[in-house]
Structure formats: C-alpha cells, structure tokens
Write a protein that binds this ligand. Structure first.
Ligand code: NAD
Length: 438
C-alpha cells in the first residue's frame, strides 16, 4: 500500500519504518526540516533499539523522507497523522498540530484516502478532523471521498520496534466495514500467530488509549503509595510487591515502586483524561489522585536527600546515574531526573551526571543552560562526590563494582530511586543506602 506518515517523531518514525519493512511504500513527512534532512542521510534523531537498522535497510527503497506534505498526501492511499499532542498549561491536549494537518489534507486531497489518527487525542477529535477535511473539500467544490480512522498507538519507548512488529493488539475505530477490511489488510502481516485486531466505534477507540495509559499510571501510583506506607510502618515494599504480584488478577507488571512516572505520555494523558471528564460534567476522583501521588513521589525522594544533608547544599556535590525517564531511550521529556537535578542545584549543590544515551538530549533540551558536569562513564562522575543518586534503571547500573564506588565516593552514600541493589549486601559493605518503600 502507499502510505504517508505525517509527524516523524517516536511514533511516526517507528510506524513508517515498520510499515516499510513489510513492503509498503512509505513517505514520512515532518515540519522539522533539519530532522528530515538528517533522516534522509540516515541520521536518526532518537535512540530506539533496532530502529536504526530497519531504517537503513529500507531507506530509498520502500522508505522515503520528505518535507513536502502535499505531495505525500496526494501520492498515498492511507495517511497517518502522528504529530505531537503536548500538554497545555491547563492540562488539555494541544491539538493544533493535528488540526493543521487536517486542514492541509482538506486543501489537497484529490482522490479517495483513509485518514488515520494515530496521535493520542481526546474523544471527539477524529470526528473533528473529519469535519475540517470535509470543509476544505467542500470549499474547493470537490466531491472527493475519504474516511477517518482512530488507530491509537500502544508502543513503549525503549521497545517500540518490537511492540509495533508484534503488537498485543491493534485497535481500530472506524465507521464502515470497507475501512475495517482495508486496515486489517494493512496490519495483517504483523499478526503471524493469531489475529489481534480489535474493531470498534471511533470514540471508544480514542478512549481506549486514555484508559490504557490511565490504568498503567494508576498501577504505578498505587505501588508508590503502598511503598510510602511501607516506609512508615517498617514493611518492605519489595516483599509486598512479590506477594501481591503472584495473584494473577494483579500480576507483576507495572508494580515497581520508584520516583514516579514521566515521559511524554502518562503525565499528559492522565491530565487530558481529567480534563475530558471535567469538560463533560464529570469530576475524576481516582485519576486525579493518581496524578497527585505521582507529582509528590519525586518530591518525597528529594526530601530523603534533604533530610540527610539539610536544605543548604552549598559545597556539596552529587553524582546522578540516569537521566532518561526510563531505560533504553534517550527521551527526557517529563523525566523525574530534571526536577531532582534542578532542585539540588537550586540549593547550591554541584552535580555530575552520567546516562548511557540521554546526555545530548539533556544538553540540547531539558537541561539546556543548567550547570552540570557530564561524565563519559558511570565511575568518572562518582569521584569525590558526597553521594550517588540513581534515577534511571539502565542495565549498566544494575551490578556496579561497589569497591570502586566506595573508593571514589567521598562518603559511601547511595540514594536509589529504583531499588536496584540488595539492601543487606550494601549495608554489610558499609554503605548508607536509601531506597523507596524499604
Ligand atoms: P514527537 O514529539 O516525538 O513527534 C511529533 C513530530 O511531529 C515531531 O517530529 C514534529 O516536528 C512533528 N510535527 C509537529 N507538527 C507537525 C505538522 N504540522 N506537520 C508535520 N509534522 C509535524 O511525538 P511522539 O512521541 O511521536 O508522539 C506523537 C503522538 O503519539 C502523541 O499524540 C503521543 O501522545 C502519541 N503516542 C506517543 C507514544 C510514545 O511513546 N512516544 C506512544 C503512543 C502514543
């Protein structure tokens, strides 16, 4: 099939690349000229395991990059909208990029197309996209036909290619069977073992994405709340986690305590869902609390450091291991590390950081202009600092050489926001070890 993917970010780039790998002709379009020029040269703006190899396999064969949105639309049968829908100050999703793209589609379509909304958008948006396109088509006195689809994306950053190639499910919201059939044909190569295609009406498909992310965020805030109570009463959240996870109704996934969720999706989708309820006469109680627990979690972690060292951190220095909001990605959007580092610096501390993939991202965006030292490896940053703070559970932090840490640290103190180490082992080796919920 001929496909256009508009918005070549985490979702669009993975979507376009995976469709091209299956033999479709794909044009990925973005308004970011530099991004497109780089992609065209095979320079990938994000770190995502397996993505670079797939792009290099398909580029200039079935995968093309372009700034020319009009041509991409006209040349394609199916158009995916995968632009960003960032959180606005009031919590609503900013849909301006989605509607801009819809307007352009309305101005240029000249034959039947299926327009697929892959961006995460509040209920009602896909039908609004349809209205905008129709109004453009009507203005031109054109009687070209088109259909709209809601196809929310469930990939996880850090495992995006695998998730897209072997999806747990593909949710399609559409208005007629011809469209369902066409979308099924497109996704069929991704279901080698059995069909994971779920069809429904458009509003339910849009809502499914928000409900899925809100459920996952709820699990994280739930275990964080349990961890906080564990600390107060002398229980160990790790034992509790294993104890509850063995119940198949609960399961082990997503019940790891820590410093709260970050990233581009959970914070904004939880906020947008609260707003969606509010705007439709429903005051969310549970989801609002999920958000509140999450916002407090990174503050609670910070308070552990401040309880130990006091509010005035002038003259103290800390090593931070991990910047990205989770391992296997360079994405730092809404990462708890940004909050913690800035709060420590505000109180006079000096900070040395190391992350396997996110340092460029930090320098260019989230920590731009913030005075931190970036190390080349995990041991370099620990030399002569007052404590080590672990914020992202990259594999290379799981089993460090504790003798080296002890030798390099000014004081053998570790604040671990991800409960990575054996408590008793560290205590035996003379470390002061602070965790979450233990
Ligand atoms: P992103 O910020 O990485 O990428 C968005 C891209 O769209 C950028 O490259 C931007 O330049 C481009 N863009 C913006 N306006 C444009 C326009 N008018 N025309 C063409 N390109 C334009 O965002 P993302 O992480 O890929 O997320 C995209 C959508 O997918 C969001 O709605 C997000 O909630 C959703 N989503 C994201 C993930 C994830 O893990 N990142 C997972 C599932 C769903």
């Amino acid at each position: 099939m001929k496909i256009a993917v508009i918005g070549a970010g985490y979702v669009g780039l993975v979507t376009g690349t995976c469709f091209s790998e299956m033999g479709n002709d794909v044009i990925c379009v973005d308004i970011d000229k530099e991004k497109i020029e780089n992609l065209d040269k095979g320079i990938i703006p994000i770190y995502e395991p397996g993505l670079k190899e797939l792009i290099h396999n398909n580029i200039s064969k079935t995968l093309f990059f372009s700034e020319d949105i009009k041509r991409a639309i006209q040349k394609s049968d199916i158009i995916f909208i995968s632009v960003g829908t960032p959180m606005m100050k009031d919590g609503n999703a900013d849909l301006s990029a989605v509607f801009d793209v819809a307007k352009t589609i309305g101005e240029v379509i000249d034959s039947y197309k299926i327009i697929v909304s892959k961006s995460t958008v509040p209920v009602g948006t896909t039908l609004k996209i349809k209205e905008i396109i129709q109004s453009g088509v009507t203005k031109r006195n054109n009687n070209v036909e088109f259909d709209v689809v809601s196809n929310p994306e469930f990939l996880k950053e850090g495992a995006a290619v695998v998730d897209f190639m072997k999806p747990d499910r593909v949710v399609i919201g559409a208005e007629n069977n011809v469209v369902f059939e066409k979308m099924k044909e497109l996704y069929n190569p991704f279901f080698r073992t059995h069909d994971r295609f779920i069809t429904m009406d458009i509003p339910s498909a849009e809502m499914t994405k928000y409900a899925a992310n809100a459920m996952l965020a709820t699990k994280i805030s739930f275990i964080n709340e349990i961890a906080n109570i564990c600390e107060k009463v002398g229980a160990d959240v790790n034992n509790v986690r294993v104890g509850i996870g063995s119940d198949t109704r609960i399961g082990y996934d997503f019940i790891y305590p820590g410093i709260g969720y970050g990233g581009i999706c959970f914070p904004k989708d939880v906020a947008a869902l609260i707003k969606l309820g509010e705007q439709n006469g429903y005051e969310s109680k549970l989801i609002s609390s999920v958000d509140k627990v999450n916002k407090d979690q990174k503050k609670l972690f910070l308070s552990k450091i401040l309880n130990k060292f006091g509010e005035d951190l002038l003259g103290l220095s800390f090593a931070v291991w991990g910047l990205s909001f989770k391992p296997e990605t360079n994405d730092m959007r809404q990462a708890p590390s940004v909050f913690i580092i800035k709060e420590l610096i505000k109180r006079g501390a000096s900070i040395k950081v190391y992350d396997p993939k996110a340092i460029d991202e930090a320098k260019e965006n989230e920590l731009k202009g913030v005075n931190v030292f970036y190390g080349e490896n995990k041991y370099e940053v620990v030399k002569n600092v007052d404590a080590l703070i672990l914020l992202t559970e990259w594999k290379e932090f799981r089993s460090p050489n504790f003798d080296i840490l002890k030798k390099y640290l000014k004081r053998p103190i570790i604040f671990d926001g991800r409960n990575q180490y054996l408590n008793y082992k560290l205590k035996e080796s003379g470390f002061e070890y602070y965790m979450v919920g233990r």
